[in-house]
Design a protein around this ligand. Structure first.
Ligand SMILES: Cc1ncc(COP(=O)(O)O)c(C=O)c1O
Length: 415
């Protein structure tokens, strides 16, 4: 645990329906063809891990992202696990990964027996810091015989795993350039950022392979689920093989490799197809919610709303704000408690992965910006279905708790 951070008892898990009367942080929005498509699965008996909706969901996600292939998985974490395997990450390799992220990508690196090298966030958009990636590779590693090794641990550095957090892309150009120079694979964790773009290119087709999540708190959901996308045909085939128990002869049950039961079911994919039909609409709503917050909170002492880079289009999956206790009057965790008392769900950023006891022994670089952000950041309710009244109430409460009693500015929200 980071020093000085006391856990706060909370109303419910993110993604689960909020308790009655709460302004929910980020909950699923089910308002399209979900019932129709699921009923078709139930009526026809195609409920399990093969079926036309699985094929269709894979095809449609690949089309949306612009990759040649997509392979559905049971979760985003499973997608990351398989992406690391097919990309050739070996036990005792090292993989550079964002420290300011949900823990799943760091865990997936350990599943394959490799080690995370935690890279700090940059202060502007809170994404993996490309300069710190370059500094680590150039100053802490040695290049010989076409391989890159960490000078301290002696391990081979194999891949970079940037995580596009909160719906905003990582600044990828420098990362892609150093990866090319050193022969490293780039695995994008795009789990939070479906529909976001970097310099006009879809997140998920910037590196060699990428992963999405459709768990309950993501911009679209299948209840639980994930997707691997890539242009590499051999990797896509291998991903499908490994996610379906590595069946070489499905009649005689012959398996030449260790496989995994990681396939998405047809019912989940049916929900995914219906949700995908709404993605652009949901992103537009998320962006409107974000703009209304930013309009209301900009220039309030001690509050720093998030920025969208000029080169980025964010899906604003989560809307995070920084609170400076000295100016705002309350620290982020104090505000979290007060909002909870007012039936408003908020959440801090994740504990940076380099500080996680689960990842003791991983390679750590200077991650002071991520720690600084973690102490100050809170996510505010930004569900697609947030009502204008709930939105106004959140803004009113945040202004009310501020030590400078500034007037409430009208937030115009029309989700
Ligand atoms: C950055 C990031 N990576 C990976 C995951 C894992 O996805 P899932 O929960 O579908 O396993 C999540 C979400 O939970 C995430 O936010």
């Amino acid at each position: 645990m980071l020093r000085g951070i006391v856990p706060v008892p909370m109303s419910s898990e993110p993604g689960a329906p909020a308790p009655e009367g709460f302004a929910p942080l980020c909950v699923p929005e089910i308002r399209g063809n979900e019932w129709k498509y699921v009923k078709e699965c139930l009526d026809t008996g195609w409920v399990s891990s093969v079926g036309s909706y699985v094929d269709r969901f894979e095809r449609e996600v690949a089309t949306k992202v612009g990759t040649r292939y997509a392979v559905a998985t049971v979760s985003g974490t499973a997608a990351l696990h398989i992406a690391l395997l097919v990309a050739g990450v070996q036990p005792d390799d090292e993989v550079l990964v964002s420290t300011l992220t949900f823990i799943a990508p760091a865990n997936a690196i350990r599943y394959v027996g490799a080690w995370p090298v935690f890279i700090d966030a940059e202060p502007d958009y809170w994404q993996m810091d490309p300069q710190k990636v370059t500094t680590f590779l150039e100053q802490e590693c040695r290049w010989s015989n076409g391989r890159l090794h960490n000078r301290t641990t002696g391990r081979q550095v194999r891949a970079i795993l940037p995580v596009h957090i909160l719906g905003h892309p990582v600044d990828m150009d420098l990362i892609l350039e150093v990866a090319r120079n050193y022969g490293l694979v780039v695995i994008e964790d795009a789990t939070e950022s479906l529909g976001a773009t970097y310099k006009g290119r879809m997140v998920g087709r910037l590196g060699d392979i990428a992963c999405f999540s459709f768990n309950g708190n993501k911009i679209i959901t299948t209840g639980g689920g994930g997707m691997i996308v890539t242009d590499n045909e051999a990797w896509a085939r291998k991903a499908k093989y490994l996610t379906t128990q590595a069946k070489d002869d499905p009649v005689e049950f012959v398996h030449n490799e260790i496989g995994y039961n990681y396939r998405l079911t047809n019912i989940q994919a049916a929900i995914g197809c219906a949700q995908l039909e709404k993605l652009d609409e949901y992103i537009a709503i998320k962006r409107r919610i974000a703009k209304a917050y930013t309009d209301a909170l900009t220039d309030i002492p001690g509050i720093a709303p998030p920025h969208e880079a000029a080169w980025a289009f964010s899906n604003f999956w989560l809307y995070k704000v920084l609170f400076d206790e000295a100016q705002y009057g309350v620290d982020s965790r104090g505000l979290l408690r007060r909002l909870e008392e007012h039936r408003i769900q908020a959440r801090p950023l994740w504990q940076p992965a380099h500080a996680s006891p689960a990842h003791r022994g991983a390679v750590e670089t200077d991650c002071s910006t991520a720690e600084w952000l973690n102490r100050r950041a809170l996510s505010l309710p930004c569900s697609v279905g947030l009502t204008p009244a709930q939105h106004d109430e959140v803004i009113r409460s945040i202004l009310h708790f501020s030590s400078s009693s500034l007037p409430f500015r009208e937030a115009i929200v029309d989700p």
